[in-house]
Write a protein that binds this ligand. Structure first.
Ligand SMILES: [Mn+2]
Length: 450
C-alpha cells in the first residue's frame, strides 16, 4: 500500500481525517485476515510532515499495533509528505520505528551512499524469510541521481523487493516522477518494485507496482482505480488490486442558464450516496448569477442528498475583459512592491523567472533546473557562511585548549574521568541540545551530515 495520508483534514473536516484512518485500518485488517508475511507502505503514511497532532499519531499507532500484535512486520519508506528531503531529519516515521511499530528503510549518506542492513533503528534493507526488501525514501529532484548510486549496492537475495516513494512519468502530471526506464534498470537484481506517490494504481511489466491512494486526496483522483496490492509468490508472482473507493463524492457540472435548479435537482437524484462530498460547478451568465442566491443552490442540494461537505464554484461568463498594455513591466513593479513587505531580499527577478517557467509550458524539467539553480546558489552562500563560522570556532577552540593546559599544569593530579567530562562539554560547544536524535542513532557517535 501507499499514500495513506493520515491526518488529512480535507475541507477542514474532522470526519474526512477519520476516513483516511478508517481506510488505513481496513487495509491493515485485510492483511491480518489474510495472514500476510509482511506489509509494505511505499510512503506518505502521513499527510503533514511536521505538524503532527495527537489524534493522527494515535491513529497511526493504533492501526500499526494491530499488525504488530498479529506479528506482521510493516516495512515503510518516507514520502514527500513524511519528511524533508533536502536534509536529514528525524521524521515521524523514525519515531514510529523507534517504538517498534514499523521498519523505516532509507539509505544514509556518509562517504557516498550507505546501504546497510536494518539494525533495529536504521538501515536501508531487511531480510524477512527468503525475501529481501530495499527501501528508498522520496528525494525529489535528486531521485535519479540517488537511484544511480543505490542500484550498484543492491545484492539480490531470494525474492528481492525495492520499495520507494517516486512517481513514474506518464501517469499523472505531478512533481517527483522519473522515466520508467530508470526503474527497469533494477531488473536482474530486483523481482518487484513497490512504489508510491502517484495516487492511481498501475502495474508495469509485472515488475513495477503502484497501488495508488486508499482515500481520495483530490477530486481528480475520485473514480480512479486505487487500493492495495495483495501479492503472492511461490516461484510465480500473482497479484490482485483490492480496490478502495473511500468516501462517496458527487462531482457535477450544471449550466444554470439552460438547466436551471430543476436540472441540478434531477442530476443529484441519480446518486445514492451516504454523506457524500459534493462538488458543484455552475456556469451561467452574469444576470443569472445575480438572480440566483448561492444559499438557494445549497438548499436544493441538501434537499436531495445529505452532504458531508459542499463545494460550489461559479463560472460566470464575462463580457468585460481588462486591457493591459506593457504587462511585463506592470507585473515587475507589482512583484517588487509586494516583496518589499517581506525579508526575502532582492528576488523579484527570480520570482518572475519562476512564474514564466510555470506559465509558458508546464515543463517540469525546467522548473526542476530552476529550483536547483536557486538552491545551489543558496547552498554556496551558506557554505561560505559556515566556513567563516568554522574559522572563528577554531580560534575559540585553540584559546580553550590553552586555558585547559594551563589549568592542568596548575593541578597535575586531575582525574582522567574529569578530563573526559571536560572534553565532552567542549563537544557541546556547538549548541547541541540535551537529546540530539542525530546522535541518538548514529553508531559512530558523531553528528550526521545534515
Ligand atoms: Mn501522496
Amino acid at each position: 500500500m501507499a499514500d495513506i495520508h493520515l491526518g488529512y483534514r480535507q475541507y477542514g473536516s474532522e470526519e474526512r481525517a477519520l476516513d483516511f484512518a478508517q481506510a488505513f485500518l481496513k487495509a491493515v485488517n485485510f492483511a491480518v485476515e489474510k495472514k500476510v508475511d509482511f506489509i509494505l507502505i511505499a510512503g506518505d503514511l502521513f499527510h503533514k510532515r511536521s505538524e503532527m497532532d495527537p489524534v493522527t499519531l494515535a491513529q497511526a499507532s493504533k492501526v500499526l499495533e494491530k499488525a504488530r500484535s498479529a506479528r506482521i512486520p510493516v516495512i515503510a519508506v518516507e514520502g514527500n509528505h513524511d519528511s524533508t528531503y533536502f536534509r536529514e531529519t528525524y521524521s515521524w516515521m523514525d519515531y514510529l520505528a523507534a517504538h517498534n511499530l514499523l521498519i523505516n528503510l532509507k539509505p544514509s549518506f556518509g562517504d557516498g551512499i550507505v546501504v546497510e542492513e536494518w539494525d533495529g533503528q536504521s538501515g536501508a534493507y531487511i531480510d524477512i524469510g527468503d525475501v529481501r526488501i530495499y527501501g528508498m525514501k522520496y528525494y525529489g529532484s535528486m531521485t535519479e541521481r540517488i537511484l544511480e548510486l543505490y542500484i550498484p549496492k543492491i545484492k539480490k537475495r531470494g525474492f528481492t523487493i525495492f520499495t520507494a516513494h517516486v512517481g513514474v512519468e506518464g501517469y499523472m502530471n505531478i512533481y517527483g516522477c522519473i522515466p520508467a526506464s530508470r526503474l527497469h534498470r533494477l531488473k536482474g537484481k530486483v523481482d518487484y518494485v513497490a512504489l508510491g506517490h502517484i495516487h492511481k494504481s498501475f502495474v508495469e511489466g509485472n515488475f513495477i507496482f503502484n497501488p495508488g491512494s486508499i482515500e481520495t486526496c483530490e477530486i481528480s483522483e475520485y473514480g480512479l482505480d486505487r487500493g492495495i496490492f495483495y501479492v503472492e509468490y511461490d516461484g510465480e508472482l500473482r497479484y490482485k488490486l483490492v480496490k478502495f473507493k473511500g468516501r462517496d463524492f458527487i462531482i457535477l457540472n450544471v449550466n444554470l442558464d439552460e438547466e436551471g435548479l430543476e436540472g441540478l435537482k434531477r442530476k443529484l437524484k441519480n446518486f445514492n450516496s451516504k454523506k457524500p462530498v459534493v462538488h458543484i460547478g455552475i456556469s451561467c451568465r452574469r444576470d443569472t448569477r445575480k438572480s440566483v442566491n448561492e444559499e438557494k443552490v445549497r438548499e436544493v442540494v441538501k434537499a436531495v442528498v445529505d452532504p458531508l461537505v459542499m463545494k460550489i464554484s461559479w463560472e460566470v461568463a464575462d463580457i468585460f475583459k481588462p486591457v493591459i498594455e506593457d504587462r511585463e513591466n506592470i507585473e515587475r513593479c507589482v512583484i517588487e512592491q509586494l516583496l518589499q513587505n517581506y525579508r526575502y531580499g532582492d528576488i523579484a527577478e527570480e520570482v518572475l523567472r519562476l512564474k514564466s517557467v510555470f506559465s509558458s509550458s508546464f515543463d517540469i524539467k525546467s522548473v526542476d533546473r530552476f529550483v536547483e539553480s536557486i538552491l545551489e546558489s543558496k547552498e554556496e552562500e551558506r557554505e561560505f557562511g559556515k566556513e567563516r563560522e568554522k574559522a572563528k570556532g577554531q580560534e575559540k577552540q585553540e584559546e580553550k585548549e590553552k586555558e585547559r593546559k594551563q589549568e592542568v599544569q596548575k593541578e597535575p593530579n586531575l582525574d582522567k574521568s574529569v578530563e573526559r567530562l571536560e572534553s565532552e562539554q567542549e563537544g557541546d560547544q556547538e549548541g547541541e541540545e540535551v537529546w540530539d536524535w542525530r546522535r541518538a542513532y548514529d553508531k559512530r557517535g558523531k553528528a550526521r551530515k545534515r
